[in-house]
Design a protein around this ligand. Sequence first.
Ligand code: PLP
Length: 395
Amino acid sequence: MPSKKDEIVASFDSSVIPNYGRADIAFERGEGIKLWDTEGNEYIDLFSGWAVTSVGHCHPKLVEAITEQARNLCYMPNIFYWESQGRLAQYIHDRCFGGQSFFCNSGAESVEGAIKLARLHGWEKDKRYKTLSFSDSFHGRTLATLTATGQMKYHEGIGPLPPGFDHATFNDLASAEKLVGDETAAIIVEPIQGEGGINISDESFLEGLRKLCDERGALLIFDEVWTGVGRSGKWFAYQNYGVEPDIMTLAKGLGGGLPIGAVVARPEIAKAMKPGTHASTFGGNAVAAAAGCAVFETIEEGNLLEQVTELGAYMVERFGKIAEDTGKIKEIRGVGFMVGVELNDSGADVVKRALELGLLINCTHDTILRIAPALTMTRDEIDDAMDKMAKAIAG
Ligand SMILES: *Cc1c(COP(=O)(O)O)cnc(C)c1O
């Protein structure tokens, strides 16, 4: 008789487009940082599915907020008001640069919206339309956001790409200076590159970009889809720097697992998005917004920003010890619960061994392990996971 997993896999094989490489596991249940598959095996989730399940799996507060909202009202279109969208916007507004939010459903949509807002604003002002982005960046999979994405492997086979995009080198201010002109509407940058392999912006780089934008009349967009909502130990990663953006994008961890994204803009820029210029049918959906509110409340009530800062540093320290013991680690880059561990050799075997030990981690660019646990992870849980991690790396 086929197992439950075999049946699930068979349904995918016949009926789901095979655009993902999937590991041979079907998950059934999660609680906090733990997960269980259909065969009853237990795993520690150190990746949170690209930093999405930000307060852990099925956090009681999140589940309560979602069910309560679903019981009352799931959906209304954006030609009316409802409580949860307004409350979530206020949480964001009060914790960033006083930005106003436009809600959508994913990271790509939030970046697409930010690029569009920069064009609406720039065209009205003095006919600006271009967006400058950086090498190794990742901004999404729609045609415009993919064009902004500075990893050329993603551009193959889908051309012609939309015009109006330039690329400079990450952390190289001089390369950006050469490309910002009268037609540049915006510079977009991730304060910490997630998909690029946890690459951290230099303070002087972000300061220089801010100055460049101010001098030459362009907007500065921070793509915080990976880094936003507590991941870096601050509400937003830019708050680790003395630099504020004009527009910020959020998604991944914002809904704690429910799909929601946001374009967050200074009010004077946001007003270029007039009725009719932009919209999203599901944007700011009542249930997804309620989940977003629960994420903010859980982080605040648990003092998780402080905890993430402290325990993120602890995690880096533990990796430092593993580096000493094994000699297999080239570099450790971490801010909060966003840690990249660059190995000397390919990480595929480490990921496989970790899985056998019941640890879910991720490897990108062949050699970079990415660790992004739920912001709720405790020191004891980290100790347990890092003991296993040491074994997986040692081999
Ligand atoms: C993941 C990601 C995106 C795209 O988000 P999706 O929800 O997959 O569309 C955009 N920008 C950054 C920085 C990301 O990490």
